[in-house]
Ligand binder design. Structure first.
Ligand code: ADP
Length: 286
């Protein structure tokens, strides 16, 4: 049931609302398809104080991707507070299940996004991965950035939540060393940052649309490693991506080292179910 006062707040932005239908699939917020006189909208609401900065960051990420004109994102119409929490209103994407052709197109469009060369790694502002803070800094070195602000930050969080023991946490210098050893240098690319299969949609015209990003400038294979964490996007996607990107396919060490970040995030968000996968990678590479 949508709270009456929340509907009233939405009506201020959208005019008379005919229907507000729950949408499933999200981990963090309550999602709705809102049908108003002005058309259909997608709304996410979260009651926690983190909602407003989280939705501001989501808007910034979606707009950053949109500005590249490489791959579509939903237009964002409003971000506002409601009670102690907040909400975001965006374009509703009527989606369909992906065909092989659609997945090829997603691979090409993602490569177009990743081919754009940025100057630095990281970013000016912190944002969110799920509802956890994702720390950003502008940094010249990818191994330094990835070791300190991705793996290091999540390892520290896992330690403070007693999900990892102190002796299981490698020193930052060792993490940086392993990254230099296993990962080829590449230019900074704008990453989606949380690219699992629930975070893209295929619209009715067969165009891929990225949603729910955790953007920053990083090594392009980070997004590819994430696509493989829960089953993969299929061979058509990877062939199209590698072909269009003009780079070799991701290897096992890159996949493990980049998935480690997302596994740590899942450990910190959802608990010990992710411990074994984290421990296996830590033992193997550090
Ligand atoms: P959360 O931030 O809570 O994880 P998501 O942004 O992933 O929520 O959205 C939840 C679900 O809603 C998605 O899995 C997707 O199916 C659907 N969805 C997300 N954005 C849109 C949109 N703009 N239009 C239509 N459906 C959407």
């Amino acid at each position: 049931m949508v709270e009456h006062n929340f509907l009233a707040a939405l009506q201020v932005k959208l005019g008379l609302i005919k229907k507000c239908l729950p949408v499933s699939g999200g981990d963090i917020s309550q999602a709705y398809r809102v049908i108003s006189r002005q058309g259909d909208f997608f709304v996410k609401y979260n009651p926690k104080p983190v909602a407003l900065p989280m939705f501001e960051a989501e808007r910034a990420g979606l707009n950053a991707i949109a500005l590249t004109h490489t791959i579509k994102t939903p237009a964002v119409y409003a971000v506002d507070k409601f009670g102690h929490g907040g909400f975001i209103i965006m374009e509703f994407i009527e989606s369909k299940s992906p065909s092989d052709q659609d997945l090829e197109k997603l691979g090409r469009r993602l490569a177009d996004l990743h081919k754009i060369r940025y100057i630095d790694y990281g970013g000016e502002k912190d944002n969110f991965i799920g509802n956890l803070t994702q720390v950003n800094r502008v940094e010249k070195s990818w191994p330094t950035f990835y070791a300190h602000f991705r793996l290091g930050a999540q390892l520290q969080m896992a330690q403070s939540k007693r999900l990892l023991d102190t002796h299981e946490i490698p020193p930052l210098s060792q993490i940086e060393h392993s990254i230099r050893e296993y990962i080829d240098v590449s230019h900074p690319s704008l990453l989606h940052g949380d690219l699992w299969s629930g975070n893209y949609l295929i619209n009715q015209d067969g165009e891929p649309v990225l949603i729910d990003p955790a953007c920053y400038q990083g090594h392009h294979q980070v997004d590819i490693a994430m696509t493989k964490l829960f089953g993969g996007f299929g061979s058509k996607f990877y062939h199209a991506y590698d072909d269009h990107m003009g780079t070799r396919p991701i290897n096992q060490a890159e996949t493990d080292l980049y998935q480690l970040y997302y596994l740590l995030v899942h450990l910190n968000l959802f608990g010990r179910g992710y411990y074994q996968s984290v421990a296996r990678i830590l033992k193997r590479y550090f």
